[in-house]
Ligand binder design. Structure first.
Ligand code: PFF
Length: 447
């Protein structure tokens, strides 16, 4: 049966550890860059607070009420509230999404491991654009290197999950998030002094709505889900461990604010460097790995700062990866009766194999373009922009419409105050309508 977190702080740390990851520092800047900046960022922020936050609260409340892995939780609550066990399909969708996401997440996590080594060897000293390009291409062009680092990253993830989540995670996150913010503030200092800060600021926060395509809106919404780790049950799985007397509302707000602040901070660091060095903000997944080494190579003590930064980034990625694997392993343990170690090994191996699709997307199969692009592009698009929004949609519809108000108020706020009523309004109307409109808009229904 499930254990419990030692305290509210521990729970916040675990959910923050899931939310803060490569999504904030690697993905947010590059997709903001690809989608024109300002207007995209504005839509992203609206999605985070109006859609992502109520979904996070819904996930935690369902998780705590069900106290099992997400799939069993949805089945049991579906039965309890409406006699509809088929709600477990929402949990199943989440398990599949987490499997798919982790397969590429681990490959990118591997990039951060490689960059720890590069920084430690002072490879960025006085680097120019050509050198950072060469270093990045040297990594992603090599199937062997990608496979090696993907294996290490996946091994670490599965190792922690196999030992049980409570042990390693709390202490890792408690130290990691503040340390990561500190180093990013140091990098921000560099960006303000030596980057083109004004242009970066302008790019990020000055909205140009002519750049906002229907697909960009969908991607902004998908990124809100991805960055907050909602829509696939990761937060629900952690909610299962939350003690009854802790406030879901407060903890959710704390996590969402921290996550968003870190993404914006990453943008503020990266774009001034992009513009000061004449790089392309829309270059794609390599953006962070091109910009930061340039800055680190010019900074005093850059090798040290860089090593620390990439270690922390790898840690941030690891805590997120753990939260992606945990629901699958919890399900294998609770429903299939496997031992945790065996479940971790099995799920880890499955994800590792699937990761090969992403590995080859950056080299030998870079020219294999289907629907949205490479295998990696397709897995990313399918999960972030379709599966997570759909999962979030059903989770909030369940919490807002199917679950009776007494049950949800019981978990969120028994006095049914203003915050509870706002949540219910968002969960019942704003989230389902927003997700539906963004989908319809993206498939061109309003053209
Ligand atoms: N939120 C993580 C990040 O921003 O890196 C990624 C993630 C973790 C997505 C867990 C989804 C998830 F369930």
């Amino acid at each position: 049966m499930h254990g419990q977190w030692s305290s509210r702080l521990a729970f916040i740390l675990a959910v923050a550890g899931s939310a803060v990851g490569l999504g904030n520092i690697w993905k947010f800047p590059y997709i903001a860059g690809q989608n024109g900046g300002g207007a995209f960022v504005l839509v992203y922020l609206a999605c985070v607070f109006l859609v992502g936050l109520p979904i996070m609260m819904s996930e935690v409340l369902l998780g705590r009420r069900g106290r099992r892995n997400p799939m069993s939780t949805m089945r049991i609550l579906g039965e309890e509230e409406a006699g509809q066990p088929q709600w477990q399909l929402v949990g199943l969708g989440g398990l599949i999404a987490s499997f798919l996401i982790l397969s590429y997440y681990s490959v990118i996590g591997g990039w951060t491991l490689h960059y720890i080594l590069l920084s430690a060897q002072d490879s960025f000293a006085n680097a120019d654009a050509a050198l950072v390009n060469e270093l990045f291409d040297g990594l992603v062009g090599s199937v062997g290197k990608l496979a090696l680092w993907h294996s290490v990253f996946m091994g670490l993830t599965a190792g922690v999950v196999a030992r049980g989540v409570e042990q390693g995670l709390e202490s890792a996150v408690r130290f990691m998030v503040p340390a990561l913010v500190l180093i990013m503030l140091a990098l921000l200092g560099y960006a303000i002094n030596s980057g083109d800060f004004e242009r970066g600021l302008h790019f990020l926060f000055d909205p140009d709505f002519s750049k906002l395509t229907p697909t960009a809106i969908l991607i902004a919404m998908g990124q809100a889900f991805f960055s907050l780790s909602v829509g696939m049950g990761a937060v629900m799985a952690y909610g299962a461990y939350l003690p009854q007397d802790e406030s879901i509302i407060k903890t959710s707000i704390a996590v969402v604010s921290t996550d968003t602040a870190i993404a914006l901070l990453a943008g503020l660091v990266i774009f001034p460097i992009v513009f000061a060095n004449g790089l392309d903000p829309a270059e794609g997944p390599g953006l962070v790995f091109h910009t930061l080494p340039l800055a680190l190579g010019q900074m005093p003590g850059g090798a040290l700062v860089g090593t620390a930064f990439f270690i922390l980034l790898a840690f941030a990625g690891l805590t997120s990866a753990i939260s992606l694997l945990e629901p699958v392993v919890a399900w294998l343990v609770e429903r299939r009766g496997m031992r945790r170690g065996a479940a971790g090994l099995l799920a880890g191996t499955g994800v590792w194999l699937l990761g090969w699709l992403t590995i080859v997307s950056f080299n030998v199969a870079a020219d294999v373009k289907l629907l949205r692009g490479t295998f990696f592009d397709n897995i990313d698009f399918l999960t972030s922009n379709i599966m997570l929004p759909l999962g979030g949609f059903f989770v909030t519809v369940f919490a807002g419409w199917v679950m009776c108000a007494n049950s949800s108020a019981d978990e969120l706020d028994p006095s049914a105050g203003i915050v509870y009523r706002t949540w219910r309004l968002l969960a019942r109307y704003v989230v389902p309508v927003a997700v539906t409109l963004v989908f319809l808009n993206a498939i061109g229904l309003f053209d």
